[in-house]
Ligand binder design. Sequence first.
Ligand SMILES: Nc1ncnc2c1ncn2[C@@H]1O[C@H](COP(=O)(O)OP(=O)(O)OP(=O)(O)O)[C@@H](O)[C@H]1O
Length: 599
Amino acid sequence: MRMLLKYAYGVVPGATVGTLVLALASAGSAAVLNLLIGRVVGALPGVLDGGPVGGSFVALFVAFGIVFVLGGVLPEVLSTAQWMLAQSAAYDLWPRLASPLLAPRRIGHLDDPVVLDEVERARGGHGWAIEASLGRVVGLFSARVMLIGQTVLVGALFNWVVAVVLAGAVLVTERRYLRKLDGELEAYQGMTEEQRRAQYLFELGTDEGAKELRVFGLHGWLVDRYRTEWTAAMREIWRARRSGALRGMIPLAGYLLVFAAAILYVAVRARRGDLGVAQTATVLPAMLTLAVSVSPYTALQVRRGVTAYKAMLHVPVLIGERHPERGAAEADLALAPRQGIRFEQVGFRYPGSDRDVFDGLDLELRSGEALALVGVNGAGKSTLVKLLTGTYQPTRGRITVDGVDLATLSPAALESWQRRVAAIVQDFVHFPLSVRDNIGFGRIEQYDDDTGLVRAASRAGVDELIDGLPLGWDTVLDKAWEGGADLSGGEWQRIALARALFAVQGGAKVLVLDEPAAALDVRAEARLVAEYLDLTRGLTSLIISHRFSVVRDAHRICVLDGGRIVEAGTHSELLAGDGRYAQMFRLQAERYLGGSPDA
Ligand SMILES: Nc1ncnc2c1ncn2[C@@H]1O[C@H](COP(=O)(O)OP(=O)(O)OP(=O)(O)O)[C@@H](O)[C@H]1O
């Protein structure tokens, strides 16, 4: 509890202190109310017997009225304050968890299941357990103050042993319930295979599969399958809940017996004349308030919040241990590449995979050269881009830029290298944000350079498209937003090209185009081919494509196969060599020309 309160205080000190004061007042008012009930009831016989209604009785009654109203209002105000506390602290949570994930210049940690599991723990299964617990922790604090207040009332006015036994019964019962609830929620939130499948089916019907499901007439199938999976997922939970409810009856019966015995004892002592009316009328409501102060749900939320909070603190430590940024070289790559980029005997295997993508790859990308890379599916072309940008490190060999090994670079130097590279990666992101964002992200420092943005858009051939959008540059590229628009695959590809060109205008000197024409129509592809050498003039560039029309004009073409470069040369040299490239080229050309290859 202390840990979470300390965190909340660190983020929003005023709100935390204010909410705690409210919690104290709310719990305290319950104890004072019971005390006043006793006093009022104690004074009643005298008043009812026709005695004088003194000023002190009136004052007592007024005080009772005030505390009664406060006792009704304060819990409501407190619950709003708890909610606000959780909300205001929440703004700190996302950056706190996301920063250690976003900060490393490499991305191996995002493929590491150990790191991802810890992130999931920090999020708390289904969302922000920490956020939910921040409000609850104050609720628990209030419940504990209430427990202490009522215990003191019972102890001071009646019997300390009884008071401690009742408080103990509350805490023990709460613990037992907490364990039971925890087990149930674990099963519920544990996301069994069936639960995950049921959730996937639900989302499939409303999201990505909406079109195909209709075309294939799968509506009925989907509903039936969802029911089956969901019932299978819940069966175990229902069974656990049924048996848990039965087993839970035993401690509950014991708990009720303890309180019944205590109340009986009060009655016996009162009948014997050991307790006055005022004492009895205070002790009984205090006992009843104690009886209902069991808060297993609140305690559970707080416990889950603490576990999530510890995981959140552990995430950066784990990333540091498992994926240390070892490099410390502060090489100046601000003007790189002046000589070129070299892959020297590079080997690479993805974490958790048992297959090498590269095994002794040698490749040179000379400064100012337009290099093309071809190869069959899975040859490793996109992986080569990840290594070139330094987001992954080779498992052996080295990649140098102007002679400097990328693996030795400090995070700052690696970042400056990454800013030298402008890339359209194969699975580039379709940001559901404005056109300006989608292109401006290429060089965020120049986001406000309208002339530069328009120039990049025009070079990528999307200027007219943007002018035709409902809100022009401010149009959100997603129909789900007011005034938003959906683009076709080829239009998105040109937006991605504009983003890369905007980065080039901003100072990037290496342009990487991974399948830039995959979704382009014939005209757009022809335009890209015609302008390719112009777009890459003065840059070091790497173009990857399965379309030979796109790569044939490159200064040099390399064929990647079996984890190595097996052929390199110009288009005509490779055709003359009659090797893999010539074979693949002929195969593609024959499909268009019905058997007569065009060399
Ligand atoms: N994140 C990853 N984890 C594990 N293996 C991966 C990962 N990404 C790619 N691979 C594997 O690495 C190999 C090379 O993939 P890559 O995407 O680089 O090929 P590619 O030449 O670009 O293929 P394509 O022409 O189909 O785009 C493939 O066998 C692929 O399954």
